[in-house]
Design a protein around this ligand. Structure first.
Ligand code: ZN
Length: 236
């Protein structure tokens, strides 16, 4: 439990999608190295966010439990490169990694305080980067970048939390999933933080996401961090 806020008992949202290329992972969460040899940043994160010290929670272990090999994950889409979203990259060294070019440049040349939460250990294996820049499409009113999969998956620039932070929108049956990652407060609950504070931490998109989601009930909004109870519910 957090010494600051006892409700904080969080997990990072990672989505596993079957595409025409193979398995695609949207954000990796923490990786095995974060459990085996945690950096001071990861130790703080564990303590403050109430993360369990259990490597079985990593994406790679969960994917193996589903009956796949790590090599079956051919592609990873990252909303941004913070350690709690990209920590599992070394567990999938063969995967192509799709990310916005601005985010990659922020990793190379961090400027703002929040861009210090990149962990070099996540990228030592020299990932096969695929970088995107121009948002030439429109997805339900948002500037969008179509990713190279048969099914519709879009990178949606939501800059602010980090310089190149993006959401990921994907078709899901008759509706859509919009993983807004750290542009959205925990559990996609809009009133957790005062707006001035959320603007500093997660960027300026909250008001627009709120009014937009009211008129798009076919879209399921997800945040980068959800309460533990959300994941328990998904399992059940
Ligand atoms: Zn982040």
């Amino acid at each position: 439990m957090s010494p600051w806020y006892p409700r904080w008992h969080l997990g990072t949202t990672c989505l596993l999608v079957e595409t025409n290329q193979g398995l695609t992972l949207v954000d990796t969460g923490l990786g095995l190295h974060d459990y085996e040899n945690p950096s001071p940043m990861v130790r703080f994160f564990h303590a403050d966010f109430g993360i369990q010290h259990d490597p079985e929670l990593t994406a790679v272990r969960q994917i193996v439990r589903l009956g796949y090999c790590p090599e079956d994950v051919s592609d990873i889409i990252l909303t941004h490169l913070h350690f709690d979203h990209a920590g599992g990259l070394p567990d999938f060294p063969h995967a192509r990694v799709h990310v916005h070019k601005r985010e990659y440049e922020a990793l190379l040349h961090p400027r703002r305080w929040i861009e210090l939460a990149y962990d070099r250990n996540d990228f030592r294996h020299c990932p096969d980067w695929i970088l995107y820049e121009k948002a030439t499409e429109n997805w339900l009113g948002w500037d969008a970048i179509r990713l190279p999969f048969t099914q519709e998956i879009y990178l949606i620039p939501l800059f602010g939390h980090t310089r190149g932070h993006c959401g990921v929108a994907m078709k899901d049956g008759d509706g859509w999933i919009f993983q807004c990652a750290d542009a959205l407060t925990t559990n996609a609950e809009f009133d957790i933080l005062p707006f001035w504070l959320s603007r500093i931490i997660i960027g300026p998109h909250l008001p627009r996401l709120r009014t937009w989601s009211d008129v798009h009930p076919e879209v399921r909004l997800l945040a980068g961090h959800m309460w533990q109870t959300y994941f328990d519910g998904e399992k059940g």
